[in-house]
Design a protein around this ligand. Sequence first.
Ligand code: GLN
Length: 545
Amino acid sequence: MSTSTKYIFVTGGVTSSLGKGIIAASLAKLLQAQGYRTTIQKLDPYINVDPGTLNPYEHGECYVTEDGAETDLDLGHYERFLNVPTSQANNVTTGRIYQSVIEKERRGEFLGKTVQVIPHITDEIKERIQILGKSGNFDIVITEIGGTVGDIESLPYIEAVRQLKWDLGEHNALVVHLTLVPYLSAAGELKTKPTQHSVKTLMESGVQADVLVCRTEHDLPIELRRKLALFCNVREEAVIQSIDASTIYDVPKLMLKQGLDKVVLKKLNLPSSEPDLAQWDKFLTRLKNPITEIHIGLIGKYVELQDSYKSILEAFIHAGAENEVRVVVEPIHSEYLNEDNIKLKLSHLDGVLVAPGFGERGIEGKIDAIKYVRTHNIPFLGVCLGMQMAVIEFSRNVLGLKDANSTEMNPKTDNPVIDMMEDQKTIVNKGGTMRLGSWACQLVPDSIARKVYKSDAISERHRHRYEFNGKYKEQIEAAGMKATGLNPDTGLVEIIEIPSHPWFVGVQYHPEYKSTVANPHPLFVAFVKAALKHKKEKAHAKMAK
Ligand code: GLN
């Protein structure tokens, strides 16, 4: 089979959470910075068709693409590093593979054959891997295989990699295997055995790793690299160390220093050059040399989990660097917030973001927090559920509609200021049926949004079933909360602001999904700026006293 697209497979061994996504994204960045059109795909071994129905406790954040795919959070890293949008084709799960094979079987496409893991499931996997390559849009496709080698559920993927490597031929495909080299402090030694075993496990499935990326807390001495090369059948220069970094954004440069890009390009028979990382370096310099710091409260119900609000945390890193400030995000659990402790928990903050979410747990704490920041002039950004809670808080405490609520939380409320979208009312299935992906939005002149975006028409990514209830728009606007962003076709309210407040913005969409290193999201940049201003004004007021 001849092909012009080259394929790189990234597998993981020894343990999960080694950061395959970051290594894949870093390698992609280095290749992109040498002029190769590169994309990254994630294959997930679970049976859910997509992570849209998964609880963040199970799976962390659900990332949403332009075309409305609910995907693994690693796709967020891919976009943040590469600044190129991903799509449904970039994330495939075992559930989706089986669903598609079973649908083909029902249509009679297998002509009476027994449908089996090999070749039918593996063929479907191979097809999905090559969709991006065949689009003609990419020179290199990096496919990250979720899970750890040796897992029963990832076996069909490894088998598909074995077959594809063979089909594609030498110089067209290679395997980067990410492993752990643990340090035993009692022995004072780095240990190679787990890596040897995981490479061996991969070989039992007929796949030879071409490059080893070894996660380690200490530098790997040359003898140890030699030993790994010898035992694992890889060249010495293809044993790459990936040492713990203070920020994930350091990893591309660390990989560059280790020559990961060169090793890979050589194996693929492609020319290598000095990557142009000028913009990346500029970002790193700003990130590492903040002039001051601000404290932002992140109010949500999954705050104990780092991965639940991944894109929001990263958007703050981008926006902080852009403003040359360190953004210290203080996670605040909305379930434990109430009128009595609100001042203690929020009064020192320079800004507050109320997070997206589903269901009733913790919403009253979010509403109390919004009341506090609204009445204390603290900059506020409400995202999705956070925006909806801002509308509820305003309706209850300014309009005096005491039982104002979302029908998601109280279907019987007399004042459903947030209500289910009309076209959602007939939907029965939960998976993939929300209002998803990119939607247009028209901005109102003189609004914060209009100034921030520097444009009248924008598009942002959504993931929700409920919306601002248009029946209350006039009443809410008359009381001082304005709808400043509307869907041009349906009139749905996508943005609300309170012009009498220094910076109070709620958005029905998720701006965090579109923030990248090259393009920090303007709304996050402006929010951080507003928080910085708030901090300075607070300091002045204190001095004046
Ligand atoms: N639960 C709300 C809705 O479905 C908000 C969703 C979200 O925050 N992503 O409309």
